[in-house]
Ligand binder design. Structure first.
Ligand SMILES: NC(=O)c1ccc[n+]([C@@H]2O[C@H](COP(=O)([O-])OP(=O)(O)OC[C@H]3O[C@@H](n4cnc5c(N)ncnc54)[C@H](OP(=O)(O)O)[C@@H]3O)[C@@H](O)[C@H]2O)c1
Length: 347
């Protein structure tokens, strides 16, 4: 047993479901008593909270692959925590735990569905990014669905984000030409100079279509799709016969409230897919590839140790800033994996 650091548990709940772009009024900060673990349980203190695009889907009650957060309930989210008190034989005070505490300081757990990361952890927050769900998404989506081969051209959307940055670097390790698409000159510079992409283009550039065609003189063999919108429109005419599209996300559309205006282009889209025999496959990372997480951890750990994969984190201090940081994620304000430092790393 040890003392509890704070006397109160701050938590951020869903105050109301957003219509379109989320605003501060969709969230509410509440304070409760710190929960007390019973026999067979432990008290977890959140150190890092992951903020991810999928949370926009959980704020909505539209049908999806996972149930929504109920209004008044704490927002869901992956966390890296420390064991503050333990009445569980397999977990000791000070252990680092990867779990789903959500947007709050404390949670009680019976140990089911959590990963014990041990007592010593060099970069705890990386378990939420490059070594966690986003890195795993990049690894499986690119290698299993994208099937990149040396010499092929891979285009990566949201290129400097948690998933995209890893996709592009793995594609480079596989000997591909990698073209990123990101928001703004600074992100594009970083994709080329720090991550080693061949080219990176700004999706806000009105000449994106022409610039992408120039950057992909042999067409596109793999398009790792995380965005939709104008990026997909620029990619579509450049896809080669037998191109593969891992459909990871469509962040440009998460706040949509209606179908876009304009002509119905589904026949053109299906026709292109048919004639070019394009394979597009959506995937939900842990539902589809969960058992392969240990294989990924081993490979990514080796790449990181060898300096072959680099990562960048965007760390925001304070649980109370999570709503603002999350809203920024949907507008591209994050630069790298977005995490909130909720509490001190020290046990
Ligand atoms: N299928 C799965 O299992 C799975 C798992 C994890 C993530 N995902 C998906 O993968 C994608 C990336 O997730 P992540 O965690 O790596 O997030 P992230 O890339 O770190 O952050 C989101 C980025 O999306 C870009 N973005 C936001 N709005 C945009 C818009 N309207 N148009 C173009 N780009 C926009 C922004 O980058 P720029 O500034 O560069 O535009 C923003 O920084 C998301 O679509 C997410 O839903 C799917």
């Amino acid at each position: 047993m040890s003392n509890v650091s704070n006397s109160a548990n701050r938590r951020i709940v869903l105050a109301a479901r957003p219509i379109g772009v989320p605003s501060a009024g969709n969230f509410r900060l509440e304070t409760q008593a710190v929960p007390v673990p019973s026999q067979g349980q432990m008290l977890l203190r959140t150190v890092y909270l992951s903020l991810d695009p999928y949370m926009r889907g959980r704020m909505s009650d539209a049908p999806s692959y996972a149930p929504p957060v109920e209004v008044g309930n704490v927002m869901v989210g992956s966390t890296v925590s420390r064991v503050e008190q333990s009445q569980h034989p397999d977990f000791a005070v000070g252990d680092w735990i990867l779990s789903q505490n959500g947007w709050q300081d404390y949670a009680v757990s019976d140990g089911k569905g959590v990963f014990n990361l041990g007592a010593l952890l060099e970069h705890p927050s990386s378990a939420l990014g490059v070594l966690g769900m986003p890195g795993f998404t990049a690894y499986m989506g690119l290698l299993e669905i994208g099937q990149p081969k040396a010499g092929e051209t891979v285009v990566v959307a949201a290129a400097t984000g948690a998933v995209g940055s890893v996709v592009g670097q793995i594609a480079k390790l596989k000997g591909c030409r990698v073209v990123g698409v990101a928001g703004g000159a600074e992100k594009c510079r970083s994709a080329v100079e720090e991550l080693g992409f061949d080219v990176c283009l700004d999706h806000r550039d009105p000449a994106l279509k022409e610039l992408l065609a120039k950057a992909c003189p042999k067409g596109i063999d793999v398009y790792f799709e995380s965005v939709g919108g104008v990026v997909f429109d620029a990619v579509l005419p450049l896809l080669n016969t037998r191109a593969r599209i891992p459909l990871c996300g469509m962040i440009a559309h998460y706040n949509d409230t209606a179908l876009p205006q304009g002509p119905d282009r589904s026949a053109q889209l299906m026709g292109t897919f048919l004639k070019k025999r394009i394979r597009l496959q959506g995937f939900i990372i842990f539902d589809d590839y969960g058992p392969r997480f240990p294989e990924f951890q081993k490979q990514m750990g080796a790449w990181l140790a060898a300096g072959k994969i680099k990562y960048r984190e965007d760390v925001v201090d304070g649980l109370e800033h999570a709503p603002e940081a999350f809203m920024g994620l949907l507008e591209g304000k994050n630069f790298g994996k977005l995490v909130v430092r909720v509490g001190a790393e020290t046990a």
